[in-house]
Design a protein. Structure first.
Length: 278
């Protein structure tokens, strides 16, 4: 393997490495801060740790009303329900838009695309009133049930673009073999949608795991808190804040996101590259 040592190439690589270090600095600082005593986090400059405080992790795990395991499990329940809901509902909606013919198809598809541009803050009040009247406040239902109704239009559009790239001849061959619409979807389209489904899974995992606003609105009991809401509890405006414990648990909360991205990076790139999003 030959290494290109031209000055222009070296400058480009140096610039990219420098940019990467600048982007990674907040993450590195957070990891270092999780190992510092609380009174030194904002006093000591740089990334050197003089007094290693592993105790921050143990203290942070048991600092709140529940062990941090409870909040990890709550987030896992919400994430799993959201992933299943998006995979099932969005794939079915995408198949209908990409393959079926029905009245007002183009209009409904346009409305679906317009909903991507609709900020959540516009609909959060009527949604809260609706879920409150249904008695769903302080449960996981407001965070999971909408996913079963294909409310994430971005994933519907992503899958529609992928399905449109599948030759219709496969549908015709399946029809000749006796498959109906459901059979074509389950036996032909769905197995070929693995890259798009994997992309949906990864994005749903990351977005749901990091969601703070929606979970803060609907979850009021500390026993029901998810990881983002629990991390907010470390910062108390009326008393001292446990910064070291908060940074330690922040590092713990980032581990699942990193693992999901690293393990699914190949599917993520392939899914985006084959859906026309690029």
């Amino acid at each position: 393997m030959r290494i290109d040592l031209r000055p222009r190439t070296l400058l480009i690589h140096v610039a990219l490495i420098a940019t990467a270090l600048v982007m990674l600095y907040p993450l590195i600082w957070m990891v270092v801060s999780s190992l510092r005593p609380g009174n030194e986090i904002f006093r000591e400059p740089g990334l050197l740790v003089k007094d290693l405080q592993i105790e921050n992790y143990r203290a942070g795990w048991n600092a709140l009303t529940e062990p941090f395991t409870r909040y990890l499990l709550n987030s896992a329940v919400v994430v799993l329900g959201s992933i299943v809901g998006n995979l099932v509902s969005c794939s079915m909606a995408a198949y209908a838009f990409a393959r079926l013919e029905f009245s007002g198809k183009k209009i409904w598809f346009a409305i679906m695309l317009l909903s991507i541009m609709l900020p959540i803050h516009v609909v959060i009040v009527p949604q809260y009133i609706l879920f409150s009247q249904a008695g769903w406040i302080n449960t996981f239902l407001p965070l999971i049930v909408p996913k079963l109704l294909a409310t994430d239009a971005f994933f519907v559009f992503l899958m529609v673009q992928f399905i449109r790239g599948i030759p219709r001849e496969l549908d015709e061959a399946a029809t000749i073999d006796g498959c109906g619409r459901a059979g074509i979807f389950l036996r032909v389209i769905l197995p070929l949608m693995v890259p798009a489904l994997a992309t949906t899974t990864i994005f749903t995992f990351i977005w749901t795991w990091n969601d703070f606003f929606g979970q803060l609105i609907y979850l009021t009991d500390p026993h029901m808190y998810t990881v983002p809401v629990a991390l907010r509890s470390f910062v108390d405006a009326t008393s001292s804040s446990s910064w070291g414990s908060m940074f330690a648990m922040s590092v713990v909360s980032l581990v699942p996101v990193f693992l999901a991205f690293l393990l699914g990076q190949r599917f993520l790139v392939k899914g985006i590259a084959t859906t026309g999003i690029k």
